[in-house]
Design a protein. Structure first.
Length: 101
């Protein structure tokens, strides 16, 4: 019973403050029809809709992603545990790795 109640409470989502519906001391707000520019007129639904509309449509991948099979094969042929991703070793020039003190 408690789990069911907790699940129902979770499905309701976050409660939203009623806000002021865009009515400020200076009058009705008309500078933003979505209501997201002012905290008191913003709602979770409008914020989620705005986030969904501006969601990126790409997923960046690391530089080593194209040769991941080669990296795994290198570790397996040496009977070593496979590290996660490419190490980047050898990509920093020697003069950048030498101490300058």
């Amino acid at each position: 019973p408690k789990v069911k109640e907790a699940l129902e409470e979770h499905e309701k989502g976050p409660g939203s403050s009623p806000g002021n519906k865009g009515m400020f001391a200076t009058g009705k707000s008309d500078f933003d029809p979505t209501g997201l520019r002012a905290t008191m007129s913003a709602s979770y639904e409008a914020a989620e809709a705005s986030l969904d509309a501006n969601m990126p449509d790409h997923l960046p991948t690391p530089k080593w992603f194209a040769k991941q099979d080669e990296i795994v094969a290198w570790y397996e042929e040496r009977d070593l545990p496979v590290s996660i991703g490419g190490t980047g070793y050898g990509t920093v020039p020697t003069h950048a790795r030498v101490a300058r003190w």
